[in-house]
Design a protein around this ligand. Sequence first.
Ligand code: GLA
Length: 690
Amino acid sequence: MALDFRSVRYGGDYNPEHWPVEKLDEDVELMRQAGVNLVSVGIFGWATAEPTPGAFDFSFYRTVLDRLHAGGIGVCLATMTASPPPWLSHRHPEMLPQRIDGVTLSPGARQQYCPSCPVFRDAVGSLVEALAAELGDHPAVQLWHLHNEYGCHLKGCWCDVSAAAFRTWLQRRYGSIQELNRAWTTTFWSQGYSDFAEILPPRVAPTFPNNAQQLDFARFSSDELQDLMRVEVDILRRVTPNVPLTTNFAAVTPSLDLWKWAPDLDVVSFDNYPDPADPSSFRIAAMDYDIVRSLRPDRPWLLMEQAPSAVNWRTRNAPKPAGKMRTSSWQAVAHGSDSVMFFQWRASPGGAEKFHSAMVGHTGPDSRVFREITALGSELAAHQEPTGLRTRCDTALLLDWDSWWAGELDSHPTGDLKLRDQMLDWHTALGASAVPTDAVHPGGDLSRFRLLIAPSLYLITQRSADNLADWVAAGGTLVLSYFSGVADERDRIHPGGAPGPLRDLVGATVQEWWPLQPGEQVRVSLDGLPDNNNGADGARTSTAADPAAAAGGYAAEVFSEDLVLRGAEVIGRYVDGGLAGGPAVLRNRVGNGTVYYLSCRLDPAGTRAVLDAARTDAGVRPLLSWLPDGVEAVRRGDGADALLFVINHTSEPVAVALPEPMSDLLTDASGPTDTVRLNGYGVAMLPMPN
Ligand code: GLA
């Protein structure tokens, strides 16, 4: 039976290869106790299923699937390709990946393959073909789990086979060597090519390699891994057309262009490991979940992995205190997941992950973690209200992987500019203001949004710039930050300098970048910011409430810019530092819309103050007018079905005022209340009045 979206999936990675087969019955019994209804099987099963070349034997997995099915537990069946068996690289050492510095990575861990290697692709194809034929129609199978975390350990390969594939990719992109030379600005440092055969991946060179070559190699590496996935997709679509496909994305990082990957899948799934020792890590999870949900806004996504408690791979691995695992699980559901899944079901007795927590730990089911797992399983089963609900927001973060890759290349004004930090600044400010947020590509359909936030849109095509300009002219409010509109898709500086084709939107140009030194801060006043404190929505804004405003400005770090005004209104100025007295934050009215521009990285209070002003201009209403620190408000669903989640990520009790009386479905408290009271790590799920 294929996956439906009518119930929350609960379970995790199940690696029964680690245990004697007799353990199966006990596992199934414990899974039933815990309310598990879906497990991912066989993720690292290649060496078990094909112990010697071509000798496929799936009988162990058939037994596993039979037992699970008999126990009423569905299977997300892995294609087993994430860790090739030693015999493959022993016979074909050319399949091993090569790092940028020429070092060949050895077998002995996982993901040791060159994504372009024909031998590896053939081996993947044979395995997946045999597996699909043998087990694809097993009644337990609900979903295919392609590979595991493409791009996680292996972001690309710089070997000679990859070099040849890169040349083919470039030929397709540019058509002629002359066009490539133009795109890569190869007149610089005498890099002109006379033939595609001369081109190599950007390996370690005496100094900075060609930036455009690096950007194209990042695009190629994402595409090449996606092509590798398509070897599996093509086979499975043919052999098992009725079984949906997913692959678990490891993270939102400058590795894979997830906008391009998501359409290949029937459902997006994601693995997430916020650090329990970091009290603000729920903000990272919230941002990643909103981005992941936006990859396929037409359907829910699946949380494929999280840790039941501690992981094993940080320098110090804190466990999750009692209650926190439940909170994080509901957080994923609130942000659109139709599953709560873990790595992994039973702790491994040996190997590199033996210290990773599991749903059933080394001490067995008589443990705090298993009791919490069981309690959550029955709670989720009793509360199917969120399942299937889609969420659409009127605010979004703009995200473009081309810009991310290009913006963080070497030989830039500063090496300290990290897009993810900036995205998190803004998403945190949005979260603290209880503003639900999507993500969208700057070239995508923007018509639904009122407010767009664009942290450092370094690379912008004319097409995306026109798209943004049309949207602003039609009434949108855009917040754009420093180092934006710098380069085009070939990483060539836009004529006339930054912000290039966004100049009319910003109403200013950047005449010089003034990056700040590590630890250096300058002050920025926001005196021109309207005091929206008594705005129509009644939400509290920062300017009046924040003592920083009174104390002579907000702190800015990492970056600043020397701006020349071309029509924008100055709402913030540098108070000190080399640009003292100069414009720092601008507002520009364009058509029916408004653009805010920040030339520096403002501290959280300053970021929030600008956001509140922009939000008020945009007419974006927050879910709640005030939230205590560490508390999140999330909407799942739209209209009549919408649910408001209030999630306390702290260990202390909190009280949160609601705009009108609502009833919490999770605590079954008696009747509606206008104040939600939550214990430490408490969660409330409240149907929103229309
Ligand atoms: C990743 C992998 C899993 C496991 C976990 C450990 O998400 O997909 O196989 O290694 O990390 O945290």
